[in-house]
Design a protein around this ligand. Structure first.
Ligand code: ACO
Length: 429
C-alpha cells in the first residue's frame, strides 16, 4: 500500500497526497495536485520545506555533516580523485576507469582555448570592473559563439556544451584576472593538467619561466572538488529555473554566476576574509563575538552557519587540512589570519549562542585563507567558486532536461497587493 499524507482543509474536506521516498533522506509529500483539488497553494518562501525537483547527483545530510556526490563521500573523493574525475562522476553518474578518464581529459584539454573574438570582449570592460561582473558577461556571451550546438533537445549538443563550459571556465576566469591587472592573457598548455593549467594561466607572465608547484596545484584542485556541487542551492536552482524555459546552457550558467556573486552564497569567503582582517588580532576575538551575539549590531560571523548543515560542514574540515598543507609549503606556519581563524572557531564552537543555533564553520571559513596564500586576490574568490560549480550546474541542468517530469519552473504567490481599482486621469490623482 503506497504511503499517503492527508490534508484537512478549512471546509472539513480531506485530500490524500502520495508520500514519495528517496533512496535516503526525508520523504516528500507530492502536493502537485493540491491546486487542482483544493484551489490552494502552499506557501514556502526560501524553499525551507520544498523539494523543487528530484535528483540523483548530490546528497547532503545536514544534521550528520555528510556530503555525497553520486553516493561517494566528499572526503574519499577529495583524497582519491582529481577534479576532472569528479566532473565525470557528476556528469555520468560513475567514476571513470583509466580509459574513460584519459578520453575525458583529452576532450576537456582540447576545448580549453576560447575564440579570439571572445578574448576581445574583455576590452569592453573597465579594468577596475569586479571580475564577477566580467564573468557574467563573458560566460553569457559564449552562446553567441556556439550557436551551432544550442539545441537543448539534442543530447550531443548538450554534451558538447558541458565539455566546452568545463574546459573554458579556467581560461575565462584567468583572463578576467589578467585583464584586471593589465597583464597579457596566457594561453593554455595541453601537456599540463586541468588545474596546473589554470594556475599557470593565472600566474605566468611571458617574461619569466613558470614552475608548477604540485602542493599548490593539489590544494587548488581540492578547492574545485569541494565546490563542484551542492544539490539545490540558490545558484543551482537559478540554473535549473533559467534552463526550465529552454534557455541555452551558457545563458543558464551566466545566471548561476550572477546568483553565486551574492554575499550570502559565493561571496561569503570574500566576506569572511574581510572580517578576519577587520578583527585583526586574536586579542580582539572576544569583543567581535560580543558584537555578533548582539542582534542590534547586524554583524554576522561570516563563514559560520548554513541553511542545510546543522553540524560541521565536511568541506570545512578538508579545507582546514588543506590550509595547513599550503601554509607549510609556503613557510607561512604562523600566518596571522589562519591563527585568528582557528581561535575564532574554537571560541565560537564553545559559545552557547553558536552551539544552541547549531552554527558551525562552513567551507568558506577556511577557503579564503587558502586562496589568499595561493596568491589569489580576494575579488577572484567567487570566480574560482563559479569555475568549480560549473561542473555541478551543468550536470544538474542536464539531469533536468532529461527528466520526464521536467516542466517550466513557475512558482505561485500569496498576493497581498491592491484589489482591482480604476485608473484616474492624471489631473484627478
Ligand atoms: N553569525 C551569527 N548569527 C548567525 C549566523 C552567523 N553567521 N548565521 C545564522 N545566525 C543566527 C541567526 O541570527 C538566527 O538567530 P535567531 O534564531 O536568534 O534569529 C539563527 O542563527 C538562524 O539563522 P538564519 O539566518 O535563519 O539561518 P539561514 O539558514 O536562513 O541562513 C546563512 C544561513 C545565510 C548561510 C547564514 O548562516 C549566514 O548568513 N552565514 C554567514 C554567511 C555565510 O557564511 N554564507 C556561506 C554559506 S555557504 C556557501 O554559500 C558555500
Amino acid at each position: 500500500m503506497p504511503k499517503t499524507a492527508t490534508l484537512k482543509l478549512p471546509d472539513g474536506k480531506t485530500i490524500d497526497f502520495p508520500v514519495l521516498p528517496g533512496t535516503v533522506g526525508p520523504e516528500v509529500v507530492d502536493i502537485r495536485a493540491l491546486y487542482g483539488k483544493a484551489g490552494m497553494f502552499t506557501y514556502d518562501p526560501g524553499f525551507l520545506s520544498t523539494a523543487s525537483c528530484s535528483s540523483s547527483i548530490t546528497y547532503i545530510d545536514g544534521d550528520a555533516g555528510v556530503l555525497l556526490y553520486r553516493g561517494y563521500p566528499i572526503e574519499q573523493l577529495a583524497q582519491h580523485c582529481d577534479f576532472l574525475e569528479v566532473c565525470y562522476l557528476l556528469l555520468y553518474g560513475e567514476l571513470p576507469n583509466r580509459k574513460q578518464k584519459d578520453e575525458f581529459v583529452g576532450i576537456v584539454t582540447h576545448h580549453t582555448m576560447v575564440h579570439e573574438q571572445l578574448a576581445r570582449l574583455y576590452q569592453g570592460f573597465r579594468r577596475d570592473a569586479h571580475p564577477m561582473a566580467v564573468m557574467v558577461g563573458v560566460v553569457g556571451a559564449l552562446s553567441a559563439f556556439y550557436h551551432d550546438a544550442l539545441d537543448i533537445n539534442d543530447a550531443h549538443h548538450r554534451t558538447i556544451s558541458a565539455f566546452r563550459l568545463i574546459a573554458k571556465m579556467p581560461t575565462i576566469v584567468a583572463m578576467s584576472y589578467k585583464y584586471s591587472i593589465g597583464q597579457p592573457f596566457v594561453y593554455p598548455l595541453n601537456h599540463l593538467s586541468y588545474t596546473a593549467n589554470f594556475m599557470r594561466m593565472m600566474f605566468a607572465v611571458p617574461a619569466a619561466e613558470f614552475k608548477v608547484n604540485d602542493v599548490l596545484v593539489r590544494a587548488m584542485d581540492r578547492i574545485f572538488i569541494l565546490h563542484a556541487d551542492h544539490e539545490q542551492n540558490a545558484s543551482t536552482s537559478t540554473v535549473r529555473l533559467s534552463g526550465s524555459s529552454g534557455a541555452n546552457p551558457y545563458a543558464c550558467i551566466a545566471a548561476g554566476i550572477a546568483c553565486l556573486w551574492g554575499p550570502a552564497h559565493g561571496g561569503a569567503n570574500e566576506a569572511c576574509l574581510e572580517m578576519l582582517e577587520e578583527i585583526g588580532d586574536v586579542s580582539k576575538v572576544g569583543e567581535f563575538i560580543g558584537k555578533v551575539k548582539d542582534k542590534n549590531s547586524g554583524v554576522r560571523l561570516m563563514g559560520f552557519g548554513h541553511r542545510v548543515y546543522k553540524n560541521y560542514d565536511p568541506r570545512a574540515k578538508l579545507m582546514r587540512e588543506t590550509c595547513h598543507e599550503v601554509l607549510n609549503e609556503l613557510g607561512l606556519h604562523n600566518d596571522r589570519l589562519f591563527r585568528l581563524a582557528l581561535a575564532l572557531e574554537k571560541i565560537a564552537l564553545e559559545d552557547d549562542y553558536f552551539v544552541s543555533r547549531k552554527l558551525y564553520p562552513n567551507v568558506d571559513f577556511y577557503s579564503g585563507i587558502v586562496q589568499r596564500a595561493l596568491g589569489i586576490p580576494v575579488a577572484m574568490f567567487t570566480c574560482i567558486f563559479s569555475l568549480a560549480r560549473t561542473a555541478g550546474w551543468i550536470a544538474q541542468w542536464q539531469e533536468m532536461i532529461t527528466d520526464p517530469e521536467y516542466k517550466i519552473g513557475r512558482p505561485r504567490q500569496l498576493y497581498k497587493g491592491a484589489t482591482k481599482r480604476d485608473v484616474k486621469p492624471l489631473d484627478k490623482r
